[in-house]
Write a new protein. Sequence first.
Length: 854
Amino acid sequence: MLNNLSIGAKLIFSFVVLLSLIFLVGIMGWYGLNVLDNASGKAASLQEIVSLANDLNRYCFETQYYAMNGNYYKDPAMMAKVAGKDAGTKYVAETVAALVDEKITYYEGKIDPETHANFKKDLESVKAAFIEFDAQTDAWAAIQADVDASAKLRDDIADGAQADFQQLAQSVMNSGTAEAIKHKPEGSDAEIDYAPARRISQEKELGTILEGIEWVRRLTREQAAITNLRELQDKNAAIDERFGRLLAEIDNVAPGFLQSANKKLVESGRGRCVQWREALKGYVALAVRKEHCNVTMAELGLHVEDLCGTLSVNAAQSSAATTEQMERTKGLIVWLIVGVVLFAVLVGAFLGLALTRNIAGATSRITAGLTRLVHRGDITVRVEPELLRRGDEVGRLAKLTEDILGDYNGVSNLAQSLSSGDWTVTANEKSEEDVMNHNLNAMIEKINAALNEVAEAVHRVNSGASQIAAASESLSQGATESAASIEEITASMGEMGSQTNRNAQSASEASNLARQTNTAGADGQVMMQNMIDSMQQITKNSSEVQKVIKVIDDISFQTNLLALNAAVEAARAGTHGKGFAVVAEEVRNLAARCAKAAGETSQMIEGNNKQISEGAVIATQTAEMLNTIIAHASKTAEIINRIAVASNEQAQGIGQVTQGLQQIDAVTQQNTASSEETASVSNEMSSQASNLQRLVNFFKLKGSKSGDAPTIRADKRSAQGPVHEKASEIRLDAPQETTTLVAKSAAKPVVKPVAKPVVTQAVSKPTAAKPTAAKPIATKPATTKPTAAKPTATKPAATKPLSLAGKSGGHINVTTKPSEFPAEPDQPVKGSGWDTPIDTEVTIHLDDKEFGKF
């Protein structure tokens, strides 16, 4: 029965059975997962209740801890949470109340009604207690804010009082300076205030007051750190007692200050101290209120803690019971699923074995035969008759295998006929979709056509080879004449290059002389500038000498006055002053001579300065002329340098032209050798064509013609339409019976194209100016540009390549077309096989490079 059912029907039946069992397992798993999900949801909900209770309990504890230790002032984030100012906090009263209401509604359908009622009662109790605790926390935060404001007010007043007395002390100290005593105001009070003894006494008293203020501030700072109520009150009593002493000291000192400004400072400082004392009392009152609030908040926190503990214990017990029930349910469901899965495995194994034996056994025998056919090429295999009688897909596969074996036998017979040389046979095409037989017939037709064309091409190659030989001889003669002309041109260019080099050398020497002239002018300019500087210094020194002479003139004038006074005094003295009068007269004469000499010296120095100034002007003009000379010399040197650079570049260019001509000469000689070798290759090509004709004659072809290739006449060609070029390609590396093609002259290389343009000297020595002859002369060989004729032969099999004078691998393109110039009537084209003249173009490629074109 299974042999007559299709494979699809067998598989569908098996899959239906397996899917039914899988569906049963899925239903049981879905039911079990649903039960476990409900139980796990209930347990998770109870755990959430426990977590909520623990969070509320921890928050209350943290709040009490912070409040009792006074750390809210140090933690702004906690202050914001407690005061309800942080909108994102988790423990604001409104947020906790909404969360509790949400949990009560959420758990209503997830746990049993009795448990839900108990938890609802516990949660509402926790909510009410937490709201009351949160309200007390807000009150505490408000009191703490008042405490902070009172502390700030207290510190501001203390700063003001301390500043007043410090200013007063500074004023007292400044009154003892010499400047203050010098500018002290008139009056008896001022005299008292500026007395040294009084000032020293006031400084000591003010120092005592400032020390008392600092002492009170220290006690205030200690008081701010106290959290115990009794210690706070004791510290406040000590501060108040110290304040009394401070005010008494201020009252004792105040009458001693008589100036109005100092009186105002004393009164202001005392008033601030009184305000400071009152602010401290207000601060202590607020601190007491805060401590009472701490006690109330602690009691409420303990109450919330008790309620949260009860809620957590109840939720934990319910969660444990739910978890135990969930484990029992899970075990039962697992056993049911395992049983159904084992049954499904047994059924699947039975169906799998049955189908495997029914399908795989038959297909393995068919594949064994196909394996012998594919891997070993054995076409003698046969399909068992039992498999051919089956009605399922295996039977149809067996019949198709039998047909494939028949096709293989047909192809084998066809290949046997082809191997014997009979290419007239064809394959039987079953339909338009029979691609293989169609391709075989197309291959046979194309090979027939190709072999026919090969036979025709062999005759044309024989004709082209003789023409190539004639063209090679003509090319060799022309290359020889070209080489002689190029040698003469090269000699002329060499002479021109030597003359250009001499010109460049002379220009370089002139450039060096111009640079030396420029350098000497620059040195002269520097020396001229030094001379101008020296003359300016002489002028400056002369001015200094004039000043000295002026002083001498003044001294002589004063001496003259003294001598006059001495003469007057001598006249008064009478006879006793005669000697003194003589001395005075001599002094006057000496002063007169000094004044005269100083005047003459001054006139000489002025004349000298005038001449120096004129010389400086002349030197400046001379320096300007030197600058002009240096500029012209620099320009001349630059022009000569350009001439030298241009001459060098011309010499380099001529050298490059000479090298290019030498390379052209070398290429011309190579072309001569190549033409001779081409003639030798042409003879060898004719021999190869004969061998190829013998090989072609082995095949029996469709549409083949006996004898030589048909002769194509002019009148027949014109009747058929326009004549097109026909190109053939001969591969030098194609497999042939002969082994090598030996050139006629092995001493010269077949081809040696110029490797690269001559650009050596144009770039080896850069100059300052832009090169004018540095453009390289690119000697482009005439044999490097490939022709447009594309090779038509396919890539041959890997055989030993033919060689041509050391060149491995290459091909020759032969293109024939009617000649544009008809032949002379008495000169027919020899060896062409045509009555009309033809043009033959031969392109030789060696190592993928164009060797020549003829």
